[in-house]
Ligand binder design. Sequence first.
Ligand code: ZN
Length: 225
Amino acid sequence: MQELKNKKEAVVIFSGGQDSTTCLFWAMKRYDKLIALSFDYGQRHKKELECAADICRRYDVEHHIMDLGLLGQLAPNSLTRQDMIVDQTAPEDGPPNTFVDGRNHLFLSFAAVFAKNRGISDLITGVSQSDFSGYPDCRDVFIKSLNVTLNLAMDYHFDIITPLMWKDKKETWALADRLGVMDIIRKETLTCYNGIIGDGCGHCPACALRKKGLDEYLLTSPGRA
Ligand code: ZN
């Protein structure tokens, strides 16, 4: 893990879901000040943005929502289109239909422009290669490549920090528990594709992945269940 002492400010890419909220609390212990950035890319459930705003309000984190509506229009995917069924299963020839082309690339690029103009160099994102579900822009090689590109693009030294890169969902729950925020993550975050906060609808792919990790973690930590 990167050495983070003496760091003052960071920008956290923040959706209000399990992963980015765990990253937010991870970062709270390491930085004097955080700015959370959420993106409106036309996702079906505006609840996601409301949930992100509520968490930031509750824990006193500065929060901004950026409009990236064009992204949802350009890249057809089941998270923005009402006429597509959410399906996390990856076909042989590509990522699942929940994948939004360019999403992490654009989120991080806009976050970098935002950060540089505030004199901030650290960008924190909750992507994970271990649980990447076939999304190419969650892989470590992409993040490292983009980091170099952003530095060159703006002649500035960014650090893209990925606390969850090598953690699966079970290990992400374990991290939340170590940070003392497991109940907050369980009850206040929104991962569900059907827009239900906390344990969610229980049957969409995001709920299934989240629950599988939670059940695995609780098995190893009986006092927690
Ligand atoms: Zn669900």
